[in-house]
Design a protein around this ligand. Structure first.
Ligand SMILES: Cc1cc2nc3c(=O)[nH]c(=O)nc-3n(C[C@H](O)[C@H](O)[C@H](O)COP(=O)(O)OP(=O)(O)OC[C@H]3O[C@@H](n4cnc5c(N)ncnc54)[C@H](O)[C@@H]3O)c2cc1C
Length: 389
């Protein structure tokens, strides 16, 4: 006799673990299945930190979801602190509002559209010219043709610690977790979804696939939609008085066009972290992702950005690779899949999805149980149909 759950979640990473926590808290029987033991470093959520902010270039739907997500991050931090064993010893803080500055060419869409969303949604911000940025944070070097938008309530999410907290809370509320178990196939049997894994099969009232970069291996119809990309990130030695905690906010540099970098001050001895948002190599299914340093440009591109914007950064301390799960136009998909019975998909985080994971989990937990009309998300902005192929 097959074991049956109200909901099965395939991929218990950022979106999946958040949704599993929300469902378990609502008293639903949930099975979370993951190919690894989350949090882990084989998907899109490792590397300790993620930027969180409210201002967005992608329209109102994203801004509203980002703002709701920030409320939920604060709530998660409070809740996790109350449930024994939930927070690890590294970071009692999950959301760390150290501020975020976006720096880009003066008058560019990159700055303009973020400013417009701050005005429209009452998000606190400061518009700063190059000289003002350097006066406030002398560690930055900002070309005079650039300007900045500073969001004091933006900052850091400790992504791995968050997933560990969601995991502990989900289990605390009764969710079952099956780690180190790959889902091989998702089929329909007698009108119900059947999840076939390496360790047996399970049925459910409904299924969420949130398998990140490798989602198309579970849902082949997403093959041309979700594309995994290898992204190098690295930590560099940095003088604490210029680049330490309290001396810099989190930062995003747009160097014109698509060229974009992101990073964090040196929060501890691990150094200043930086990564590049655009570009990268596709990651190939079934093949190991080449480690940091496999390509000369892994360090060279990041060093180029440091030379431009953070010239006092020193030697390379460590590097990693992480996976982007790119969707067309970097747009998320949060939808019930057409052509399948009671199968939902959340993905296409495209290198900027983590900050929304709390909101996505809340939205899905309501929609999967009661229908989309019961949760105030602009669902049409996140449908598979709307993806611009
Ligand atoms: C370098 C880097 C920097 C980023 N910076 C930011 C940032 O600053 N701000 C921001 O908001 N976002 C950022 N992002 C994006 C964000 O981290 C991702 O959008 C988000 O983590 C995606 O969540 P996910 O649930 O889709 O994937 P994941 O968290 O990777 O979860 C997917 C899970 O599915 C599991 N899985 C896969 N296949 C199977 C299978 N067959 N069976 C069972 N389980 C399976 C995996 O093991 C994994 O645990 C960044 C991403 C990277 C890589």
């Amino acid at each position: 006799m097959l074991q049956k759950f109200d909901v099965i979640i395939v991929g218990a990473g950022s979106f999946g673990m958040s949704t599993g926590y929300q469902l378990a808290k609502r008293g639903v029987s949930v099975l979370l299945i993951d190919a690894h033991d989350p949090p882990h470093s084989y998907g899109s959520h490792h590397g300790t930190t993620r930027i969180v902010r409210g201002a967005y270039t992608m329209g109102e739907s994203y801004v509203k979801l980002a703002l709701r997500s920030i409320e939920l991050w604060k709530k998660l931090e409070r809740e996790a602190a109350e449930v024994p064993g939930t927070l690890g010893h590294d970071h009692a803080t999950l959301y760390d509002p150290i501020g975020v500055i976006s720096i880009g060419p003066r008058g560019s869409r990159f700055i303009r559209s973020k400013t417009e969303s701050c005005i429209a949604f009452g998000i606190p911000y400061e518009a700063l010219n190059a000289q003002q940025i350097q006066e406030r944070w002398p560690g930055f070097s900002v070309p005079s043709h650039m300007e900045g938008l500073y969001e004091p309530e933006g900052g850091i999410l400790y992504s791995e610690q968050i997933i560990a907290s969601y995991r502990a809370l989900a289990v605390h509320y009764g969710a079952k977790l099956l780690p180190n178990t790959k889902v091989l196939q998702l089929v329909s049997e007698a009108g119900e979804p059947l999840v076939v894994t390496e360790r047996g099969s399970f049925t459910a009232g409904s299924v969420l696939v949130s398998a990140g970069a490798w989602s198309a291996r579970v849902l082949p119809e997403l093959h041309n939609i979700i594309k995994p990309y290898r992204k190098p990130i690295a930590w560099f030695k940095a003088p604490k008085e210029r680049y330490g905690r309290g001396r810099l906010p989190a930062f995003i540099f747009n160097n014109g066009g698509a060229e974009e970098y992101f990073g964090f001050p040196a929060l501890d001895e691990s150094g200043l972290k930086i990564g590049r948002h655009d570009g990268g190599y596709p990651a190939l299914p079934g093949q190991p992702v080449p480690p940091f340093g496999a390509y000369e440009e892994d360090e060279a591109e990041l060093r180029h950005a440091l030379n431009l914007f953070l010239p006092e950064a020193g030697e390379l301390l460590a590097g990693q690779t992480c996976l982007y799960e790119n969707a067309p136009g970097e747009e998320f998909i949060i939808d019930e899949l057409p052509g399948r019975s009671r199968v939902w998909f959340a993905g296409g985080g495209s290198g900027h999805g983590f900050k929304f994971a709390s909101g996505i989990g809340e939205a899905l937990s309501v929609a999967m149980l009661k229908g989309k009309e019961h949760y105030p998300l602009d669902w049409d902005a996140f449908t598979l149909k709307g993806v611009n192929l």
